[in-house]
Design a binder for this molecule. Structure first.
Ligand code: FE2
Length: 264
């Protein structure tokens, strides 16, 4: 099976044309279009590097690229419709993206197997606790997009928390930036329990949950990048100086060190 460079170019051109329509919006969110457009570009770059590190063949790399290109296509319609990126308050952007791709028949010229993998990987890219996937090929692409997406969000978030004086509701999920944090979230992270998202009330809670994303990372390549780029310490440096938060940070570092066989 193959996907030609010409087909990839068609998808890239479609993405530019479709998302270009949203540039003209005048939203209350700052640079909503640019944020998601840049995120998509970065996820494509992360995806390609990750795929190459795993020695994927050119067919697999192209499938991975198309998934990365379209994984957040629903963000643009979400933004137009609701002026918000908060799925909780609006709708699931992954499912919305799949609706957009189907509406415009974007993937219809691909072979059914490739189309099905791309659709399912997009559907599962943002699922909090994804189901165990039996199909190894699908599992590979779901894990790839989930890692590549997190790598860019880690970069964006850690940079934003450390450097930006202004709030950005798209990154901060419209959560209040106070000194509050949930001791229960800390405890769940330390105990290796899936965090109950009902507990997320403040920006600090979201930062803690983001630190816990490392437990959901599939490939050691991604973990090493997260460590080497200083994303954990970057986010950690903006959290309150409290014993339970130190425990979470230590636990996260310990987990990464063990997975990568590093000396603690
Ligand atoms: Fe997404």
């Amino acid at each position: 099976m193959r996907i030609t460079p010409k087909e990839v170019l068609f998808f890239e051109t479609w993405f530019e044309d479709y998302t270009g329509n949203f540039k003209q919006l005048n939203p209350s969110l700052p640079n909503g279009y640019a944020l998601k457009s840049n995120h998509t570009q970065n996820v494509c770059i992360e995806m390609n590097a990750l795929g190459k590190s795993l020695m994927l063949d050119s067919y697999q790399l192209r499938i991975a690229h198309i998934i990365a290109l379209f994984h957040d296509i629903g963000r643009f319609e979400q933004f137009r419709k609701y002026n918000s990126f908060a799925d909780k308050k609006t709708e699931n952007h992954a499912l919305l993206g799949v609706k957009v791709l189907k509406k415009y028949k974007v993937l219809d010229n691909l072979q059914p197997e490739a189309k099905s993998i791309i659709i399912k990987a997009i559907q599962l890219h943002n699922v909090k606790n994804p189901p165990k996937i039996k199909d190894k090929t699908l599992a590979l692409f779901v894990n790839l997009i989930r890692d590549a997406d997190k790598l860019d969000i880690f970069s964006l978030a850690s940079h934003h928390y450390q450097n930006s004086k202004e709030s950005n509701s798209a990154i901060e999920l419209e959560l209040p930036n106070t000194d509050d944090f949930s001791e229960d979230i800390c405890q769940q992270l330390i105990n290796g329990i899936n965090v109950d998202f009902v507990l997320m009330k403040s920006l600090n809670d979201f930062k803690l949950i983001q630190l816990g994303w490392v437990f959901d990372i599939s490939f050691n390549y991604s973990l090493l990048k997260i460590l080497n780029c200083g994303y954990i310490d970057g986010i950690a440096s903006t959290l309150p100086n409290k014993p339970s938060i130190h425990k979470v940070i230590h636990h996260v570092h310990h987990y990464i060190a063990e997975r990568l066989n590093l000396q603690n």
